[in-house]
Ligand binder design. Structure first.
Ligand SMILES: [Zn+2]
Length: 471
């Protein structure tokens, strides 16, 4: 079992993993005090390298996403199809799309033309995706797959779009079909493992991760990712297999050991209230039940690899809120604060999927604090200290290298800047801002496109207010 090196929390989780893994931590004050404020680590893991990726032309054929459309089938509809093909090649995408939609039924019922029409939809989808991402291409790939559900390239392209969009159509049935059509691909197994993890079938998930690993030989980045996830799944499985799980409509709560009915009731009451209250404020409800694991004191550290002082964490790899259960029975205020805060992280993860890492950390934490209604006494103390303000741009990535004082400042600024955002633009616009990170926006473009203000201007205006609030 691996243990993270907590004092050097920034050390990448898996050696050789090229993508950043960060831990954001909120350190307790150096002088130990009675528990007054929650401390947390938010783990962020890289999104899996999603195949099929756009690779240079000379790469292996299995990554090819465009299908050759040079040779037309000899059918009475040949010139009609040729015309559409030319529009796709000339990048007249709307015209090509309307012509494809207007094809007479006789073309689609023709056994030779039909697979070619599927190819045209596929290639149109790729052009749309290049311009506007998978949100724009998903329909074209879906149409292509409806016309030819045996073509592995089409199915892989559709799977890729589903994955990016977190579309629930990436289900067991679709993935089973994809595995048959593209037996050498690791991706269907990785996606199936993800699905099974969500359903808490960790044995099944481990099996598909092994199959994905066998097929990922040519891809070191994917192998590293799979090794990390496999290790976590196995660790979680060994810890949680002895736990008792109880479910409500929106949550699955797991307990270490025999927990009494009253703790379970309190936890669910807090969570269900968070579900309603935060869901209404944010305008988003999770698409699936959220897993919450209450660890016994000893096992919280060993099974999550978290430091002694950590009060809670959200693990986006396995989609779990993890908290130690000591205190849960006696300190309801503490329990509510930790659960609500981590619930917002879970909700943001649900909202953005694998793109949640693109969200600046200050906005992720700020939303958690604002939506959960956190009030952490230390934050106010820091506001009145001599501590220098950290520019928000330095709070976009991981906070793991920060000193205790800096990390408190980071939370304070995150809270303040997010409060300012919500107050000035309203939650709906802030949600637009959040969603733009799903499309891989940068902070600068997201602010400009969604709030019509440059990030620099926003920063100046917020900082002015923030400084005025300090003595
Ligand atoms: Zn947090």
């Amino acid at each position: 079992m691996y243990r993270r090196n907590i004092p050097h929390i920034l050390i990448p989780l898996a050696i050789g993993l090229a993508i950043l893994i960060g831990y954001h931590l909120f350190l307790k004050p150096l002088h130990p005090s009675p528990r007054t404020e929650p401390t947390e680590i938010v783990e962020s893991v890289p999104p899996p390298p999603v195949p099929p990726q756009n690779k240079p032309a000379e790469s292996e054929s299995r990554y090819v996403r465009m299908i050759d459309q040079a040779i037309l089938p000899h059918t009475p509809h040949q010139s009609l199809l040729e015309d559409i093909r030319d529009e796709v090649e000339k990048h007249n995408l709307s015209l090509a799309e309307s012509k494809l939609k207007a094809l007479p039924a006789s073309v689609l019922s023709d056994g030779q033309s039909k697979p070619f029409v599927a190819i045209l939809w596929n290639n149109l989808g790729l052009q749309q995706e290049r311009l506007r991402g998978t949100r724009a291409s998903i329909d074209a790939f879906r149409k292509a797959a409806e016309l030819d559900d045996t073509n592995p390239v089409i199915l892989m392209n559709l799977a890729h779009a589903y994955w990016e969009q977190r579309d629930r159509a990436l289900n067991t049935e679709f993935l089973t079909k994809l595995m048959k059509a593209a037996p050498g691909e690791p991706f269907p197994h990785l996606a199936m493992a993800d699905l099974l993890q969500e359903q808490d079938d960790l044995t099944g998930a481990a099996m598909h991760l092994a199959q994905a690993t066998q097929r990922a030989k040519q891809d070191p980045a994917l192998q590293s990712y799979l090794a990390t996830v496999t290790e976590r799944v196995q660790r979680t499985h060994s810890v949680e297999s002895r736990m008792t799980a109880r479910s409500s409509t929106h949550f699955v709560v797991k307990f270490d050991g025999a927990e009494d009915q009253s703790t379970w009731t309190s936890v669910l009451e807090i969570l269900e209230e968070a579900y309603r209250d935060i869901g209404q404020k944010f305008g988003h409800f999770p698409s699936k039940p959220i897993m919450v694991v209450l660890h016994a004191k000893e096992s919280f550290q060993s099974s999550t690899g978290s430091p002694v002082w950590a009060d809670g964490l959200y693990d986006p790899t396995l989609g779990r809120i993890q908290i130690p259960s000591q205190g849960a029975t006696t300190d309801r205020k503490w329990l509510a604060t930790v659960l609500r805060h981590e619930y917002v992280h879970a909700l943001l993860h649900d909202r953005l999927g694998s793109h949640v890492g693109a969200l600046p950390t200050w906005l992720n934490e700020g939303l958690a604090m604002q939506l959960a209604g956190d009030s952490w006494p230390d934050l106010d103390e820091t506001l009145h200290s001599e501590m220098k303000v950290l520019p928000l741009t330095s709070l976009e990535g991981t906070w793991g290298t920060f000193s205790a004082e800096e990390s408190i400042m980071a939370y304070l600024e995150a809270n303040s800047a997010t409060h300012y955002l919500i107050e000035r633009w309203g939650m709906a616009r802030v949600d637009d801002l959040v969603k733009s990170f799903q499309l891989k926006a940068t902070v600068a473009t997201a602010f400009q496109d969604k709030l019509f203000i440059s990030f620099e201007q926003f920063h100046r205006q917020w900082l002015g207010r923030f400084e005025r609030a300090r003595p």
